[in-house]
Each structure stands twice: as structure tokens, then as C-alpha cells.
Design a protein around this ligand. Structure first.
Ligand SMILES: *Cc1c(COP(=O)(O)O)cnc(C)c1O
Length: 376
């Protein structure tokens, strides 16, 4: 058995090697490295996949969040509600734009922002909410959208971990993650569910005018070359990456299925372990298992992690410190105890290896290693 990894991008590549190599060679032969035809083609194909009107590619998932907030016209001093239990990018861009992050706790089971805390987080300065579809399933979008529309707020869905997940509204309507709010953002970082061979990102919207603004801001604030209507940024998806993503998009549904098979097998294996809480599936969302994240309830998460490491099983803590307690964000005045669920999760969560190429014997080894920790 080879070395176990959190994600196995090499084996994934081996299976689509010819397709990917051809796509790369095509871009090189055309030498349209910036804004080549593959970028437009990929945007169109992803829009089709997502059933959304516009996909605007950009350089990475962090830029996507920033450009979305710029395009929505958020002004310095205004407030954006954001879960404290997420990757730093979500809040980083809020702070960079001179906005104020208003943190909110998450649910203890599905790790989504607590809708019941929205009301108390609202002030006259609130302009937006950023739900994060953490680990691969959608937040409670119906309630979030209802609250946002009642109070005139914009919704930016951080879909970096949940591309391809389906959300079902109470009227039966089904929508893809990232296509329900004003803007959805995603990342094509190599280890994401749809990953390229470097950095990449995109924004989704059904609003024609907003799509124009997103496109313009991502391209130096210009619609016409060398005529700048607004302050923008330089954020492009490389043609090479677009070529690779076109190939991988065709496999995305299969990838999600493989991840679910791995998750189901873990669920079954761990269902009787007293100190392990396996991932809880959200009621209205499918799960694409960007991460398979257990909660270790006996206070021995770090011991378990070290034990697994010793047995050659990597695992990761996403995330060890909630954002309101990170040094960089202390200036916003939050303190320990403000968001007890997120704070507790940071000491309990552990993400196990999950990827599209997991072999049966590899997973059995991981399962046995984890179980043996509790036997000792
Ligand atoms: C990966 C990620 C991002 C940022 O994506 P980059 O492409 O690395 O900039 C943002 N939000 C979440 C939740 C992520 O997981």
C-alpha cells in the first residue's frame, strides 16, 4: 500500500492523463495564455453545470469574494455578517475593504451559520451576509435568503468547499450551491473538489447587470481596453487552468459520487464508536464531502491525531482557532466565550483523508487505525 494522503491528486491525474495533457498542449499550441478561448468555454460549461446565467472566472477564491463585495458596492464602515468558523479568506477580504466583520456562531452539527443569531447581529450598517457552505454542504439558504430580502441585505455564498452540492427549497425547487444568493464564489485550488493545477476561482450570478460589474472589476475596472470606469483589480483565470478545468468538470459528478462512497463507508464503520460524532447531513442539501470531518467528544482529538500520524494516517484540523480569536482580527473586539459552539468545535473537529481515488484497502487501514485508538 502506498503512503496515505489527505488527497491523492496524482492518482486522479493518472486516470485522465491523456485528456488533461491534450488540453494543456492545445493551449500551448494556441499560445493564447491570457483570456484564451478555453476561459470562455469553461465559464459557459460551468454555467450550464450549475444552471446559473453567468460564471465569471478569476484568479482565486479569495479574489472572488473581494470582487463580489466590490461589485455589490459595499462601503467602508458597513457591516457584513460572517460565521466565525470558516477559512480566513472569507473574513480577510471584509477587513481589507474596510468593512466590519460581524461574527456569528455556527450550528454544532452541520457547521453552518446560525440563522437564529441573524436578527441580533443586524444593525443599521449591515449590508450583507456571507454563508459558507463548509466541508461540502449548503447552509440553510432558504432562511438566509428570506432574512436578507426582508432587511435588504446582499448574500454572497462562499462555495469554495461545496461546488456541485444541491439545495432543495421547501417548494421543491432545487438549486446548485453558489447560485442562490446575489453572488456565489468558488475556488479551484488544486485540492478543492473541482481543482486546477494552480490557483483559480470564479463567481456565479443570475443578475445580468451585476455580472457586468463583476467582470469589469476583475479586469481593472474596464469594459473597453484602457478606459477605466471604476477601480478594479487584476484577477484572471489562466487559459491553461481553464483548459484543465474543462476536462475535470466532466468528471465532477463522478468525483462527488466517489467522495460520498468514502463518506458512507466511514459513517458505517464509526457509527458505534462512543466518542466519535460522524458528519451530520443537512436536511435540505446534498453533501459533496470536500472534507469528512468527525468530532472527537472525549477531549482526545489531539492525541488521536498524533496516534493516526504515527500509524501513517494523516488528518487535519479545519480549523484550530475561530476567526474572532485570531490575532489579526482581535481589533474587532470579540473575546473568548462570544461564540461557544465554534470555540468548542475548534477543539473537537478532525478531518480524515477523503478523495476521489481512495482504495478499499487504504480506507480499511484508516478505519482500523482509528478504531484501535479507542481499543487501547
Ligand atoms: C479555499 C477557500 C477559500 C479561498 O480560496 P483560494 O482559491 O485559496 O483563494 C475561501 N473560502 C473557503 C471556505 C475556502 O475553503
Amino acid at each position: 500500500m502506498k503512503k496515505i494522503q489527505m488527497v491523492d491528486l496524482k492518482s486522479q491525474y493518472e486516470k485522465i492523463r491523456d485528456e488533461v495533457n491534450d488540453a494543456i498542449q492545445e493551449v500551448i499550441d494556441q499560445t493564447a495564455f491570457i483570456n484564451g478561448p478555453q476561459v470562455k468555454d469553461f465559464a459557459k460549461e460551468l454555467a450550464e453545470f450549475n444552471q446559473v446565467k453567468h460564471v465569471i472566472p478569476c484568479a482565486n477564491g479569495t479574489d472572488a469574494l473581494q470582487i463580489a463585495m466590490m461589485a455589490l458596492g459595499f462601503q467602508p464602515g458597513e457591516e457584513v455578517i460572517v460565521p466565525t468558523f470558516t477559512y480566513v479568506a472569507t473574513v480577510e477580504v471584509i477587513a481589507l475593504l474596510g468593512l466590519k466583520p460581524v461574527f456569528i456562531d455556527v450550528t454544532p452539527d452541520t457547521f453552518e451559520l446560525r440563522v437564529d443569531q441573524l436578527e441580533s447581529s443586524l444593525t443599521s450598517k449591515t449590508v450583507g451576509i456571507v454563508p459558507v457552505h463548509l466541508y461540502g454542504q449548503c447552509s440553510n439558504m432558504e432562511a438566509i435568503l428570506e432574512f436578507a430580502s426582508k432587511h435588504g441585505l446582499k448574500v454572497i455564498e462562499d462555495t469554495a468547499q461545496a461546488i456541485g452540492a444541491d439545495y432543495t427549497f421547501s417548494d421543491g425547487r432545487v438549486a446548485k450551491a453558489g447560485t442562490m444568493g446575489d453572488v456565489g464564489t468558488t475556488s479551484f485550488f488544486p485540492s478543492k473538489n473541482l481543482g486546477c493545477f494552480g490557483d483559480g476561482g470564479a463567481m456565479f450570478t443570475n443578475d445580468d447587470e451585476l455580472a457586468g460589474r463583476l467582470q469589469m472589476i476583475a479586469n481593472h475596472g474596464q469594459k473597453k481596453k484602457y478606459y477605466h470606469d471604476s477601480i478594479g483589480v487584476n484577477s484572471r483565470l489562466d487559459t491553461l487552468q481553464a483548459g484543465i478545468l474543462r476536462v475535470k468538470l466532466k468528471h465532477l459528478n463522478r468525483y462527488s459520487k466517489s467522495r460520498n462512497e468514502v463518506a458512507d463507508k466511514y459513517d458505517k464503520a464509526f457509527s458505534n464508536l462512543p466518542h466519535i460524532q460522524t458528519p451530520v447531513r443537512a436536511k435540505n442539501s446534498t453533501h459533496v464531502f470536500h472534507q469528512y470531518t468527525i468530532q472527537v467528544n472525549n477531549g482526545k482529538r489531539d492525541e488521536l491525531k498524533a496516534y493516526l500520524q504515527e500509524k501513517g494516517v494523516p488528518s487535519m484540523v479545519y480549523y484550530p482557532v475561530p476567526l474572532h480569536q485570531q490575532t489579526a482580527y482581535l481589533e474587532f473586539g470579540y473575546k473568548l466565550g462570544d461564540f461557544p459552539i465554534a470555540e468548542e468545535l475548534c477543539s473537537k473537529v478532525l478531518s480524515l483523508p477523503i478523495h476521489t481515488e481512495m482504495k478499499g484497502e487504504e480506507q480499511d487501514y484508516i478505519i482500523n487505525a482509528l478504531k484501535s485508538f479507542f481499543d487501547e
